[in-house]
Design a protein around this ligand. Structure first.
Ligand SMILES: Nc1ncnc2c1ncn2[C@@H]1O[C@H](COP(=O)(O)OP(=O)(O)OP(=O)(O)O)[C@@H](O)[C@H]1O
Ligand SMILES: [Mg+2]
Length: 402
């Protein structure tokens, strides 16, 4: 190779890294052990044990509630995996499905997703939600199968569609006289309101006894969680104990394990960028400037490209105005120039307005009607906790890398 040329790939491959298994820190990795969630795992195991000891005789239902990053999704994934494994060992046809209700946004889509697990080519159109559910039960009967469904992010779903889905799934089994119980579920959300008069009293009271509240993690609890990840993800002695301590102190303000793990990962990336062999506390401080507990990657990844462009417009508007809220008109103006920048045709006002409502219902932005002080009525848009500049950088990163 002529001198003066640089092979960037070889150079990158030759670089040493503080990581030995970086994927252990990725958002969808579920560890085999969840420190400080033993009690919760145990309660759920007790609640769902009958699926194996007496298949068809009961259909347990649970609700898991708790703040961001408290291990709700991780616990449900690990538990359902362990139940299915135990069922397989005993020759019971138990299946599990984990449904993200931010992605499957309507009852129809949730039921279709469940049904397609068994009939992958079931047509998308031509049936009502209830018909889909009935077909599903028939298939389960026909094949002598049982299904445990996890309805994750159910709080957003209920805010959009009401709580009928819980009623449907409960009644579906309760109404079957002498026929095997085929379907059980776990619903997950930050707060799931069952008592808005949407559910009948008996559905509500059975469920109320099966609500599990997850508490925020304390700093020492986060320490134990991080310590296990450090051992799995990093080469030996690459992360200083002070570094872990600092992450715990920062993340304990939110009690959020996801934020803690993200800080750990970013601090490691910073070490690699600087060619350092040790992850020092200062890398955590730098990582903290780049991320925010409200910026949940998996939420943004479920958003279509056009919603990301709209959010980018909102972030830029807020950054330029330095105000807590900007108007719909201002946002749309910037949205047009953002679309131009990315070579996309901007969508019409009514569509954009719908997206704003949708993003607001998903808790990604704050949208409210203007009060006095604004000429006429308009929609005001803000983002609650995240600095606009950080949101902008986060979105740019996501738009360019995914
Ligand atoms: N007790 C624990 N031990 C190990 N890792 C954990 C524990 N609790 C949470 N985590 C990890 O922290 C991250 C966030 O957890 P999880 O996704 O389960 O939170 P969540 O309660 O579902 O949050 P959200 O409400 O935002 O969906 C995941 O990477 C998960 O593996
Ligand atoms: Mg979750």
């Amino acid at each position: 190779m002529p001198s003066g040329y640089m092979n960037y790939i070889e150079d990158e491959l030759n670089k040493e890294s503080v990581f030995k298994a970086e994927h252990v820190l990725s958002i969808d990795y579920v560890p085999r052990n969840l420190p400080h969630r033993g009690r919760e795992m145990q309660i759920l195991a007790q609640g769902f044990k009958s699926l194996i000891t007496a298949p068809g005789q009961t259909s347990p239902r649970f609700i898991i509630e708790g703040p961001v990053g408290t291990g709700k999704t991780a616990v449900a994934k690990l538990l359902t995996e362990q139940i299915v494994e135990a069922a397989q060992r005993r020759g019971i046809n138990l299946y599990k499905i984990h449904i993200n209700c931010r992605v499957s946004k309507t009852m129809y889509l949730v039921y279709l997703r469940m049904l397609r697990e068994f009939k992958p080519r079931f047509p998308r159109r031509g049936h009502s939600p209830h018909e889909l559910l009935q077909v599903l039960v028939d298939v389960l009967d026909e094949r002598d199968c049982y299904l445990l469904v996890v309805l994750d992010e159910l709080d957003y779903f209920i805010r959009h569609n009401g709580a009928d889905i819980i009623y449907d799934l409960t009644r579906l089994m309760d109404d079957r006289l002498n026929a095997p119980q085929r379907l059980s579920f776990i619903g997950i959300g930050r707060e799931i309101s069952l008592d808005r008069g949407l559910l009948d009293a008996s559905t509500t009271s059975t469920l109320q006894r099966n609500i599990l509240h997850f508490q925020k993690y304390s700093a020492p609890e986060l320490y134990d969680i991080l310590k296990e990840r450090v051992d799995e993800a990093f080469i030996e002695n690459a992360v200083l104990d002070e570094t872990i301590q600092l992450i715990c102190d920062i993340a304990a303000q939110h009690g959020d394990a996801r934020y803690a793990i993200e800080l750990l990962w970013r601090a490691g990336k910073q070490a690699d960028r600087e060619g350092a062999r040790v992850v020092i506390p200062d890398f955590v401080r730098q990582a903290k400037a780049d991320t925010h507990p409200e910026l949940r990657k998996e939420v943004f990844l479920t958003l279509p490209m056009h919603n990301r462009l709209l959010l980018l417009a909102i972030a830029r508007c807020l950054k330029d105005n330095r105000e807590a809220y900007v108007t719909m008109g201002e946002v749309e103006r910037i949205y047009h120039s953002v679309c131009e920048e990315y070579g996309e045709a901007p969508r019409a006002h009514t569509q954009v307005w719908e997206w704003i409502q949708d993003l607001s219902a998903h808790g990604v932005i704050d949208a409210k009607r203007s009060g006095a002080g604004h000429r006429g009525q308009t929609t005001l848009i803000g983002v609650s906790d995240v600095p606009a500049e950080m949101l902008e950088r986060f979105l740019l990163d996501m738009i360019e890398t995914t």
